[in-house]
Structures are given as C-alpha cells and as structure tokens.
Ligand binder design. Structure first.
Ligand SMILES: Nc1nc2c(ncn2[C@@H]2O[C@H](COP(=O)(O)OP(=O)(O)OP(=O)(O)O)[C@@H](O)[C@H]2O)c(=O)[nH]1
Ligand SMILES: C=C(OP(=O)(O)O)C(=O)O
Length: 290
C-alpha cells in the first residue's frame, strides 16, 4: 500500500514509513492551568501542569513519526523548560483561547514547512507512550482529518490534518461530537490508552499514575507524597525520602513484595520501574491523598 500523502510504500504488515508529523501542543499559563485539579492537589497544581506538559512533549519527541513539536504558550517558565526538551516555542495570541492558539501554531508550522502534516495534541497526557502515539498517527495518516477521543469518550486529545488540509480545531468540553460532525474521522484503534489519558481531575490523575507516568510527573508526584525525592536519570536510580527523612531507594527490599510501603498512616505508594525506553518510567500509584 502506497501512503496517501508521503508516497511511501507501506511494508506489508509493517508500519507506514516516512509519515512525519509536526505536533502543536497548547499550554495555558501555569498560574491558571488545570484549575479542575486544584481541589485534589492544592498548591501543587502549577507544578503538576508543567510536569504533565514535560512528559507529553518528551513522549511526543520520542515518537518515530514526530518530526517536531511546537508548543503554543505565553508562559515563559514553561516555554524555557519545554524548549530544554527540544520543543519549539510559539507565543500565544493573547486571550484568544485554545482553538485560536492551535490555528496559530499550525500556521506557524506551515509558514516554515509548507504542506506539513499537523496534529494538535493536548499538553496533559503524562502517561504518553511513544509507541502508542506512533500507532495513532499511523491510523490518522490515511484521513484528511482525524481525531482521537479522550479516555472519558467526551473530549479529544489529538486532532490531525494531512498536508494542505486545515486543522479546523473545535476543542473544549464535548469536542468529540463536534470534531466528528465537522467531518474528521474518529480513530478507533485499541490499546492506545496513554494517548487518550488526559488529566483534568484527581480521579484522572490516579488513573494516569496507575497507567504509569513519565519521570517528570512521577518525580513531582512523589515529591508531593513524601518530604522529598531524589532521582538520578544517569544511574536510573532514585529514592523516596519518608517523612522522618528515611531514604527508601526504588525497588529496595524496604518495599514489600508488592512494592507497597506505608509512607504515612493511610497513605500507600507503589514505586516500580518497567525500564521502558531511555528514561526510567516510574509507576507511582498513590492510593489516597489526591
Ligand atoms: N495556548 C493555550 N493553551 C490552552 C488554552 N486553553 C487551554 N489550553 C491548553 O489546552 C489543553 C486542553 O485544555 P484543558 O484540558 O481544558 O486544560 P486547562 O484549561 O489547563 O484545564 P482547566 O483549567 O481545568 O480547564 C491543555 O494543554 C491546556 O493547557 C489557551 O487559551 N491557550
Ligand atoms: C479541551 C479539551 O479537554 P477538556 O475539555 O477535557 O479540558 C477537549 O477534550 O476538547
């Protein structure tokens, strides 16, 4: 099968080749981002919003089908941290909202790379796994426009547009129905939970932690759960410092067989590593507190 717009020949049974995407990731100023999460995480909200964006951008840049990531934001601190991961930062047109930001980002991409295939993806996907994003983008690449519904089946986490097709975003609330009504094809593939798992509420955060989050969110969440947290990406080791300052290394026997240890009465944390990819992916499940 010849790829509809790259002309690449799809290897029989293999994946689409040469389908390269530019991603537009919108990010609100951290001071006001993730307001629905405030009830669950309190003052940690801005730090978590940044950690979500960092894991989203890092996961996207590690995906074989992604050529580049453009973050549309007015937040200088967030922009600096995300640029450090390799994203290109575009200033948001002030106070025009999410969809205008996405249109602005897509136009900026195509100003530099005319005819680029563009996909908009929310910045709140902390469990994002590159292989799952690859499958989503491959599925999207056979449609002029396509979208992926969020885990709740109400919103949208990704909207794609083939070269020379306008993105025409309509994010916000029940956007799944709007994107479908606009003619975008719904991507229905299974086993891409990490690309659907956006985090708006404490329950969403627990679900993402159970799925396994990237190191930025894991580190931040662990810091929220314990007095401090050390992590060394070089030696791929780390420890959670308990309230009394006791360092408990990851995977240490100090954790019981199931990797569970009581940090404080009623609070339980599971830390385990699946060693996936270049970064230590820490599955940190906090059963309470959020
Ligand atoms: N650049 C930009 N990004 C936005 C804007 N509004 C929302 N976003 C981003 O769009 C994505 C999806 O939005 P939401 O899930 O509603 O995120 P949020 O607005 O921080 O969350 P709430 O405050 O709880 O509504 C997130 O990555 C937001 O940061 C905007 O006006 N400009
Ligand atoms: C912007 C969106 O996310 P949410 O409404 O869940 O914040 C959306 O799903 O279109």
């Amino acid at each position: 099968m010849v790829h509809p717009w790259t002309g690449a020949r799809r290897r029989e049974g293999g994946s689409a080749t040469n389908a390269v995407w530019s991603l537009v990731v919108p990010l609100k100023p951290l001071a006001v981002a993730k307001s629905r999460l405030a009830a669950a995480v309190g003052a940690s909200r801005p730090g978590l919003a940044l950690a979500f964006a960092q894991d989203t951008v890092a996961g996207a840049l590690a995906c074989a089908a992604v050529a580049d990531v453009v973050v549309v934001t007015d937040d200088a601190e967030a922009g600096k941290e995300l640029a450090r991961l390799g994203a290109r930062i575009v200033a948001d047109a002030p106070a025009t909202g999410l969809n205008a930001a996405l249109v602005h980002g897509a136009r900026e991409i195509r100003r530099i790379r005319p005819g680029a295939a563009v996909a908009a993806m929310n910045a709140d996907l902390p469990a994002l796994r590159p292989p799952e994003l690859l499958r989503v983008l491959e599925a999207a690449s056979v449609f002029p426009r396509a979208f992926l519904a969020d885990a709740a089946g109400i919103g949208t986490t990704l909207l794609s547009a083939a070269p020379d097709v306008e993105l025409a975003p309509s994010f916000g609330g029940p956007s799944r129905a709007r994107h479908s009504a606009s003619g975008a094809a719904e991507i229905g593939i299974a086993n891409v939970e990490s690309v659907r798992r956006d985090v708006d509420t404490g329950a969403d955060l627990r679900a993402a932690l159970a799925l396994g989050v990237g190191r930025h969110t894991a580190r931040y969440s662990a810091r929220m759960q314990a007095t401090a947290y050390t992590y060394d990406s070089q030696t791929r080791s780390g420890s959670v410092l308990l309230d009394d300052g006791t360092p408990v290394p990851f995977g240490a026997p100090a954790f019981d067989a199931g990797g569970l240890r009581l940090l404080r009465p009623g609070q339980r944390v599971r830390i385990e590593t699946d060693g996936e990819g270049p970064a230590l992916r820490i599955t940190l499940v906090t059963l309470q507190t959020f």
